[in-house]
Design a binder for this molecule. Structure first.
Ligand SMILES: Nc1ncnc2c1ncn2[C@@H]1O[C@H](COP(=O)(O)OP(=O)(O)OP(=O)(O)O)[C@@H](O)[C@H]1O
Length: 517
């Protein structure tokens, strides 16, 4: 890490720093002068620059704790780009701005012409360490919903998101959505060979539209596999980003996406009437659907409106009677816990995991129903209009308070509702809760969600399932939510397709939520 020994014939390079023991160049430390060096450390780029000390004295910011005044340790995760251009080495990185945000920053160093080869080697190694399995210079179709949340998406895009994407050399093609459904058309018609990701600066509503747009294409399977659908949180419901980026901060989510690893995501086909749509997040009938959808007029409250809507209905002890048939895969909590632990340990090695490759749902070949070779996979359990599949039985749930089926763990930033959920295990997680439990019990459940203890609550019926049919009864009208979007109050059927979609995640195989305790 030291730059003390300088080569006599070149005052700016210490050749010994570049030896890897076999006589070839291994750029670990780049000495750029008597007071400047860049070193590839274990997890970070160590920048030693006496100028830092002078700058810090005049405007102390202390953004990189634990290092000397003349040294910065910039985690490789924060390195956005590095290149040598016009005799200048430029390093772009994400600098902490506050506890919950980063902003693009740059270091620039003039380079002597004798050093060009070494510096190019150094930048290549730095970028390899900075990106690992993540694709460099992704090509992004970006959608901004100016109507999302409290209406700040556009401001956040230009202030917090775009500068980071540009600093990471991401190619951007941005469009603002003008009305509901436009993101479906954009995803349906986009040139999938020209892009790697489609990023929605929005709530969860726009990614839902994007999955459905890709699903409408004649080459749906290929499109859903090749294009990673990603979410930059700017709405009131930002579950997708919490699960995959580990944050609801727009700038931190942007950084997570820049460094994201392609991850297959299970998608769910919903048939209702004569329609077939895709769900990536959740379906709910009962209290959760109502708390979300019946509170649209309270948008000014931000995410608090869900809690408010939930509490009001809890006090009323509302019941939502339904007949339900479920195709169960795992039906007891200890086996679900085992399954989660096994999947956590036994994920495929990184080298064998799917990148942006075309991967088919193998099980689909044994299916019945609509579908073709290139579009969406056929439905193995048929549609809601068909007779019940063999082995399915409708059972009355007359005291139902909450039917909630999840494909991701967090349903909001502080609600880890489905802690055993996994992106690609081929199962949906189903929670059923009776509506006639005492108010005290219901309040305890609400707090259990925040403390990651809901799974173990004895009043929570938790199953891993492959499909279901639900038929609301004895109610004139009500709310059904698919990924937070309202659909008609009518029977529907759901089935899962293992790994049909692609997203980017931090680990490549898990959600950013604590598993079941
Ligand atoms: N310009 C627009 N005007 C009105 N609605 C739009 C516009 N662009 C997109 N939409 C629609 O707004 C809906 C909600 O969007 P989104 O999820 O991004 O925001 P949100 O604030 O989190 O919403 P929600 O509170 O419903 O979760 C989507 O159905 C989307 O199609």
């Amino acid at each position: 890490m030291t730059t003390a020994s300088m080569a006599t014939d070149n005052p700016f390079v210490d050749p010994t720093s570049f030896e890897d023991g076999r006589g070839s160049l291994a750029a670990d430390t780049l000495a750029l002068g008597r007071s400047i060096s860049l070193t590839l450390g274990t997890d970070a780029l160590i920048v030693l620059d006496e100028e830092f000390e002078k700058r810090d004295r005049s405007n102390c910011c202390g953004l990189w704790p634990g290092t000397a005044a003349n040294t910065r340790a910039i985690p490789f995760y924060n390195i956005l780009w590095a290149e040598l251009k016009d005799s200048e080495l430029t390093i772009n990185y994400a600098s902490p701005n506050s506890k919950t945000s980063v902003r693009a920053a740059t270091l620039k160093y003039p380079i002597e012409y004798q050093m060009v080869e070494l510096v190019n080697l150094f930048t290549k190694r730095l970028l390899d360490r900075a990106y690992g399995e993540s694709q460099q210079r992704k090509r992004a179709k970006v959608l901004v919903n100016p109507h999302s949340g409290k209406g700040s998406a556009e401001k956040w895009y230009f202030r917090d998101i775009e500068p980071l994407l540009k600093a990471a050399q991401i190619t951007i093609d941005m469009a603002k959505t003008r009305h509901k459904g436009e993101a479906v058309d954009i995803a349906e018609k986009m040139d999938i060979d020209a892009f790697d990701i489609i990023a929605s600066c929005s709530g969860d509503g726009l990614p839902h539209e994007v999955f459905n747009g890709l699903g409408k294409r004649p080459d749906a399977k290929k499109a859903l596999s090749k294009i990673a659908v990603v979410h930059i949180p700017c709405g009131s419901g930002n579950a997708m980003s919490c699960n995959l980026n580990g944050t609801d901060s727009p700038s931190l989510a942007t950084l997570a996406i820049i460094k994201g690893i392609p991850t297959p995501l299970d998608l769910i086909s919903i048939t209702q009437g004569n329609t077939r749509t895709l769900s990536f997040l959740s379906q709910s009938v009962g209290i959760v659907a109502e708390a979300d959808l019946a509170t649209e007029h309270l948008r000014w409250m931000g995410s608090q409106r869900f809690t408010y809507g939930f509490l009001v209905r809890l006090i009323r002890k509302a019941l939502y009677p339904c007949d339900i048939a479920v195709k169960v895969a795992i039906d007891d909590k200890s086996s679900i816990r085992e399954h989660y632990k096994r999947e956590q340990k036994n994920h495929e090695p990184a080298s064998e995991r799917r990148g942006y490759k075309f991967l088919l749902d193998d099980d689909a070949s044994a299916s019945t129903g609509s579908g073709n070779d290139d579009g969406l996979p056929p439905l193995r359990y048929g549609t809601v209009n068909d007779k019940l599949p063999e082995g399915w039985e409708l059972a009355p749930y007359d005291k139902l308070g909450n039917f909630y089926c999840g494909n991701m763990a967090y349903m909001a930033s502080d609600a880890n509702f489905f802690s055993p959920a996994l992106p690609n295990d081929g199962y949906m997680d189903l929670v059923c809760i009776n509506g006639d439990i005492s108010r005290l019990e219901a309040m305890q459940m609400m707090f259990a969600v925040e403390n990651n203890k809901l799974f173990d609550n004895p009043g929570v019926w938790y199953r891993k399932i492959l499909g279901y049919r639900i038929i609301p009864k004895n109610q004139e009208d009500g709310y059904i939510s698919i990924d937070g979007e309202r659909v008609p109050f009518a029977p529907f059927q759901a089935e899962i397709h293992k790994g049909l979609g692609t997203v980017l995640s931090k680990t490549g195989h898990m959600y950013e939520a604590p598993g079941p305790v």
